[in-house]
Write a protein that binds this ligand. Structure first.
Ligand code: GUN
Length: 319
């Protein structure tokens, strides 16, 4: 994050001295979600004697997955949760993973189960995800939760963490810009089951007029130019040009793409840097508010996983 920017106000938005749109500080806003979740967990322990429990399952040794799983365990502990990690070898059989999921489904100390993706090639991921009890599916990947989101039963569902986090950022930006989401044109670029489709459903539930664009969309610049709210989740570095953005739009960039940078790092290897799906500098000049990459939508995902786990623990105390 650029240190020359003014400090964020309580809403988590910063103005830039160079003008252009406000910068949405996802790190700060996600910390607020984590703090509220930790407070909610402490209250649940005090009131009902229930400590939220999150189990994370890692199959194999994918280095990126190890980092993600470690970060999830750390966040769970920071919220005061009971946090467990189960690591199975890459050679684990489908039945081994299913048996572990069944064991966690039956464990009353566990309120959230997350099986880290991607799974090894020989594992049928859909069958594993569908074996997780929908009541403990804090990733929001189970078809029951996808269905509840699709029919607008948000209060009973778990929404997938990335779009749920993006919606909080949109709300903060809309508040800062004095906008009401109802009736705004929202364009979601990307149609994945875990980001694009649920993002569109969440925006529809907030009465936006929603378009889902994707790799086969004709005239993507023209579609993007209509967006009062743009969510980019295609995984293609800087494919959305700044001059496509409608002036004043809220821009949420979910993409995290590693691209070559100039020069060599300390180990003498070519440098890389992270960029989003939106060309940030030119888009920021036109946007009303925009997320940076990194430090925008990314940090919200883990925070929402914790919020979902607390929600699951609360529901368990009510049933
Ligand atoms: N792999 C990358 N992101 C995610 C996520 O949000 N949930 C799971 N289960 N696996 C992932």
């Amino acid at each position: 994050m650029n240190d020359t920017l003014t400090p964020p106000d309580a809403s988590g938005l910063r103005t830039s001295p160079d003008g252009g749109g406000m910068i949405i500080d996802g790190k700060l806003i996600s910390q607020g979600v984590l703090d509220a979740t930790a407070a909610g967990a402490a209250k649940l322990v005090a009131d009902a004697g229930i400590t939220p429990g999150l189990a994370v399952v890692l199959v194999g040794e994918d280095p990126a997955s190890q980092v993600y799983v470690g970060a999830k365990g750390k966040a769970a502990k920071s919220c005061g949760f009971h946090s467990v990690q189960h690591t199975l070898p890459a050679s684990a059989a489908q039945a081994d993973v299913l048996a572990l999921v069944q064991q966690l489904n039956a464990d009353p100390a566990i309120h959230g189960i997350l099986v880290q993706l991607p799974l090894p090639q020989h594992i049928h991921a859909a069958e594993i995800l569908e074996a997780i009890s929908p009541a403990k599916d804090v990733d929001g990947f189970h078809p029951v939760n996808a269905g509840l989101i699709a029919i607008g039963e948000m209060a009973r569902a778990f929404a997938p963490c990335t779009p749920a986090g993006a919606l909080i950022l949109i709300d903060r930006a809309a508040q800062a810009l004095g906008l009401d989401l109802a009736g705004l044109e929202a364009v979601v670029v990307g149609r994945s089951n875990i980001v694009g489709k649920p993002m569109a459903q969440l925006l529809l539930a907030r009465n936006c007029t929603v378009t889902i664009a994707h790799s086969r969309t004709r005239d993507l610049p023209g579609v993007v130019a209509r967006a009062d709210i743009l969510v980019a989740a295609v995984g293609r570095p800087e494919m959305i040009h700044g001059d496509w953005i409608k002036p004043g739009a809220i821009v949420i960039d979910v993409g995290i793409n590693r691209v070559p940078a100039e020069g060599l790092n300390a180990q003498g290897k070519p440098r890389t840097r992270l960029v989003g799906d939106v060309a940030f500098a030119s888009a920021q000049r036109r946007a009303g508010a925009i997320t940076p990459v990194p430090g925008g939508a990314g940090p919200m995902t883990i925070a929402m996983l914790m919020a979902n786990t607390l929600q699951s623990a609360r529901r368990s105390s009510q049933s």
